[in-house]
Design a protein around this ligand. Structure first.
Ligand code: NAP
Length: 323
């Protein structure tokens, strides 16, 4: 699996663009393909770890057009190449600052200021944390959010996966390639995951389930040694020895940067007014920065296309108005 982007030409050094797209997951790169093909001067602020969540996934089996599946990183590399083919410039830095109150809009990344007449926010979401003792202290020392990244460190070890959704089942199934035993700890007595993933997890002899239970503390000195668990039905508390804890309990939107500038709900998801339009004229949003419901690569890509078409139309209208 390659996480390195294809080599680029010279790095952009500031300047004014028609559109700046912030984020380089399926939403951002699809938007860039569309704005690039519309001959708009397009800049993608891709982030220092570009490509979004699919870079941390193994096989993607449900993206149409790949009947045998495709590696998440291959899919993203393809999208990046396709966006570059239509002229999108890419900066592999994190956006540090945005000013959406001025025109043109201003985005600072890697210490360089860029300006644009339209912005597409496609910053996606990040894994949620449990917020229990030991989680931060032991991160990278047995605590992880990414089985694909860290699973190989747990060969013949006992690991715990927390969560009951699709992500947790994918993590658990992936970990069975390495671990001796995978214990899924879920707070309810049934899974939220789709049936096909449930069936695979239930039929895997390495996976065990602990229902109606929450992790209250992650234990260990230099490395993870276990978890303290509480049963929510009986109140019983006990410890489970383990070498790794994979937290897989959903995501939070990466929208900190835009706080106070575009309208958001109480969880930080950006509110859309009409299709992909935000509360600021000329600023559009696609993917998990706004979508807490579908959260699929294909829906993010679809929204990236919508945001690009909305931005193209907006820029045409502005041009027409100024004539
Ligand atoms: P999710 O569907 O929101 O599931 C989160 C799981 O974590 C739920 O089981 C939830 O329990 C549990 N949870 C949440 N907060 C918790 C806490 N504080 N303590 C303990 N448990 C907690 O998130 P996801 O699995 O990351 O999936 C997100 C979206 O991505 C979904 O739409 C999913 O379909 C999609 N996805 C799809 C694929 C695929 O198609 N192959 C793969 C990965 C993700 P409850 O069930 O009790 O709420």
């Amino acid at each position: 699996m390659s996480s390195l982007p294809p080599l680029l030409g010279s790095k952009p050094i500031g300047g004014t663009y028609d559109v700046i797209i912030i984020g380089s997951g399926p939403a951002g790169l699809t938007a860039a393909i569309y704005t690039g093909r519309a001959r708009l001067k397009t800049l993608v602020i891709a982030g220092s770890s570009w490509g979004g969540q699919l870079m941390l996934t193994s096989q993607v089996e449900n993206y149409p057009g790949f009947p045998d599946g495709i590696l998440g990183s291959d899919l993203m590399n393809n999208m990046l190449k396709q966006a570059q083919r239509f002229g999108a410039e890419i900066v592999f830095e994190d956006a540090e600052n945005v000013d959406l109150s001025r025109r043109p809009f201003k985005v600072v990344a890697g210490g360089i200021a860029y300006e644009s007449h339209a912005v597409i926010i496609a910053t996606g979401a990040s894994p949620k944390e449990l917020g229990v003792d030991g989680e931060e202290r032991l991160r990278g020392k047995g605590v992880s959010n990414c089985a694909v990244c860290d699973g190989a460190f747990f060969k013949d070890k006992n690991v715990v996966v927390v969560g009951g959704g699709d992500s947790a089942m994918e993590e658990a199934l992936f970990l069975t390639k390495f671990a001796k035993k995978v214990k899924v700890i879920h707070r309810r007595s049934e899974l939220r995951a789709t049936k096909i993933l449930q069936e695979r997890a239930f039929s895997n002899p390495k996976i065990e389930f602990l229902w109606n239970s929450v992790v209250e503390e992650i234990l260990g000195g230099q490395r993870v040694e276990g978890v303290r668990v509480k049963r929510v039905d009986t109140g019983e508390k006990f410890e489970i020895p383990c070498d790794g804890v994979f937290v897989s309990i959903g995501y939070k939107p990466n929208t900190e940067l835009f706080k106070g500038q575009v309208e958001m709900d109480e969880k930080g998801y950006i509110i859309v007014r009409d299709s992909t339009k935000t509360s600021v004229e000329g600023v559009f949003v696609a993917g998990e920065a706004k979508d807490y419901r579908y959260r699929q690569a294909i829906t993010a890509a679809g929204e990236g296309c919508q945001a690009a078409l909305d931005a193209i139309k907006y820029l045409e209208d502005v041009k027409h108005r100024s004539k």
